[in-house]
Design a protein. Structure first.
Length: 386
């Protein structure tokens, strides 16, 4: 009997110990559960994805969403007289505008497409000149689906830019980037309407800045990028990863006519300077010296019996122009203007173009191995015919 009581006490003691340990384990597991289910104030656990890493935004969608509403599609049409068989229009305007064309007695001769950006909520749109050059009708479609005709306010073939005007309300605009902070290697996105297939976005980097001699433009200062730019992208936006516009997509370097890895955009600060003058005057007012020249090369230096020198050799002087009136002659070498060294033709072009008619420029140079200094009063650069 004593042995049985001893066994019962032994069993009962271990039972108590087991229950005690069980309670401790349950409390510990409850503490873990409590910590796992704690949330920050205002956090809705019901909306938290099972695997947050899968939903993390690692791209540039925020920048794109910010910019795309202000990038528009541009359609242009050139009309000719009706054909002899009286064939009707192909209906491009009905498809694009959902209404009939006023040119009902004409047939469609040519249509093309491009892109543009809204620069003012009052309806001003900036695009490339080559997108709208010599077009009879211009139509604009917004990202939100609205469509309308556009009026050509003015253009500047020298920089391949043009300004349009539409009459719609609640227009979005783009945030302007500080172009001086652009660095080679920065990520950029090109937004436009390539091949008229709809708005598209491509990604690249800034490959170079200050590119010149890459197009037929008189004034060049391109941003080079490897973001894909194809036919139809012209006039669209080049933006940074903050959704700010840094340039107007303009042209490509290609042997086929399509993208081959090198694209060029007009810096937005230059583009907006041109747009401002076009809106005010209908064209851009630039200074004019009335001379032509070429950069100094070793063969050229040899012909003027010089070993080394920076500057521009004058090859032609417009009779009666500001340079002629100031006394500049063929064969003169311009080395400095307003105490700034002239290293290439872009230096002199940009410096004179930045001046205004009536500005006095101090010009230093070499004539027949002798230095000279003259003052020239700038005129107004004649407008290109277009």
């Amino acid at each position: 009997m004593l042995k049985q009581n001893h066994s019962f006490v032994y069993f009962f003691a271990w039972l108590i110990i087991g229950l005690f340990l069980g309670v401790i384990i349950l409390l510990f597991r409850g503490d873990i559960s409590l910590h796992l289910n704690q949330t920050e104030p205002g956090h809705n656990t019901a909306s938290t994805p099972a695997n947050p890493a899968r939903y993390k935004n690692t791209g540039y969608s925020d920048a794109v969403i910010k910019a795309v509403p202000a990038v528009v599609s541009i359609k242009t049409i050139v009309w000719t007289e009706a054909s002899k068989n009286g064939s009707s229009e192909e209906g491009i305007i009905e498809r694009f505008m959902s209404k009939n064309s006023p040119h009902s007695s004409k047939k469609q001769a040519e249509q093309s497409s491009g892109s543009g950006i809204i620069i003012r909520d009052s309806g001003y749109i900036l695009t490339n000149y080559h997108v709208i050059a010599n077009r009879d009708e211009i139509y604009v479609r917004l990202n939100d689906g609205r469509s309308t005709t556009a009026e050509l306010i003015g253009s500047d073939p020298d920089t391949d830019l043009a300004v349009l005007k539409i009459n719609l309300e609640n227009l979005p605009t783009l945030t302007i980037a500080d172009v001086t902070k652009l660095r080679v290697g920065d990520i950029v996105l090109a937004i436009g309407y390539p091949f008229a297939i709809g708005q598209s976005v491509t990604q690249g980097i800034i490959s170079a800045t200050g590119r010149t001699s890459v197009s037929q433009n008189t004034y060049e200062n391109f941003i080079q990028t490897d973001a894909a730019i194809n036919p139809g992208n012209s006039g669209g936006a080049l933006i940074n990863t903050e959704g700010e516009i840094v340039g107007i997509n303009s042209n490509i370097y290609s042997s086929t006519g399509n993208y081959q890895g090198i694209s060029f955009s007009i810096p937005i600060d230059l583009a907006l300077q041109v747009a401002e003058q076009v809106i005010q005057n209908g064209y851009v007012v630039r200074g004019w010296l009335g001379v032509e020249g070429q950069e100094l090369t070793q063969p050229l230096l040899h012909t003027v019996d010089l070993k080394s020198m920076h500057g521009i050799l004058i090859t032609d002087v417009d009779r009666g122009g500001p340079g002629d009136l100031a006394g500049l002659k063929n064969g003169d070498i311009i080395t400095r203007i307003n105490q700034h060294d002239i290293l290439d033709t872009n230096d002199i072009l940009n410096m004179i173009a930045a001046g205004k008619p009536g500005d006095v420029f101090l010009i230093e140079g070499i004539r027949e191995r002798q230095s000279f200094t003259i003052e020239a009063v700038l005129g107004e650069r004649p407008q290109m015919s277009h």
